[in-house]
Write a protein that binds this ligand. Structure first.
Ligand code: ZN
Length: 266
């Protein structure tokens, strides 16, 4: 039994806090919901009835507050209604305490919580890191108003990086584009312990783990999203690195291994 698995048992018993060795992970649940299987691309009727026995997709939105050494990082910010800020407060973290936010991609369930009810920065002392290709796509190509207005509130505190960069000490950005053009996963390394924060590498693990070729309608480039999913799950399986995903069943953290043509958690 790995240290991580022991920690996961503790999570179920006491709190939303778990550890990958020296890395502490606080899971912040924004909300859960249900979706229709018509959201999927490439799932057969047989696969739907096998993996979705009640005929529904079960969805969740999470963010993570990760602490290691002297660092504390908020990964994504949930939807725009302050729920993630409230979840942080339950864990003793005030908005002004958040100093570093790493964004996986600029969809509303990931950047929405960066602003408060009045449209101002929810985390006034935070430096916000976003991949340059992601920012270019939403700000210059699509000209998404919500993204532009939100990023304005952080002004000089927005930092852009490229795929493969060490974004801050101990955290490297890995290209996992496809769901969006600049989507990144983050590899956190501290004292020989590792964690992969994988963003939207999958949305419905109940079917996308056993059948990774299933995509979703909101993937900007479904074929590339499938490639990125397999790449990161292969890497996590091979290196035995726990993954934290924003749409994985709470607490949103698991170890994965290869199984048949797909993957399973363990
Ligand atoms: Zn998402």
């Amino acid at each position: 039994m790995t240290k991580f698995f022991i920690a996961m048992l503790a999570v179920l018993l006491v709190s939303s806090c778990s550890f990958a060795g020296s890395i502490e992970i606080i899971s912040l649940l924004d909300r859960t919901g249900e979706n229709e299987p018509s959201l999927l691309i490439g799932a057969s009727d047989e696969q739907i009835s096998k993996y979705l026995p009640d005929g529904k997709l079960h969805s969740q939105i999470l963010a993570f507050y990760v602490k290691f050494g002297n660092s504390a990082i908020l990964f994504d910010a949930g939807l725009h209604d302050g729920h993630i800020a409230k979840e942080l407060a339950k864990n003793g973290v005030r908005p002004e305490d958040v100093k570093v936010i790493l964004i996986t991609h600029l969809h509303p369930d990931h950047f929405g919580g960066l602003i408060d009810d009045e449209g101002k920065a929810e985390f006034p002392n935070a430096e916000v890191y976003i991949s340059k290709p992601e920012c270019d796509y939403w700000v210059n190509d699509v000209q998404n108003e919500a993204v532009i207005e939100t990023l304005k509130q952080y002004d000089k505190h927005i930092h852009l990086f490229n795929f493969g960069d060490v974004v801050i000490e101990g955290v490297r950005a890995i290209e996992t584009s496809g769901h969006t053009p600049g989507h990144v996963s983050y590899l956190v390394e501290h004292e020989n312990e590792k964690l992969l924060v994988v963003g939207d590498i999958m949305h419905f693990p109940e079917i996308q783990m056993p059948v990774p070729d299933v995509a979703v309608r909101y993937d900007v480039d479904p074929a590339k999203a499938i490639q990125s999913r397999k790449f990161i799950l292969d890497y996590a399986s091979w290196k035995n690195i726990p993954i934290a995903g924003m749409h994985i069943t709470p607490p949103g953290i698991m170890n994965v291994k290869k199984s048949g043509d797909g993957y399973e958690k363990f």
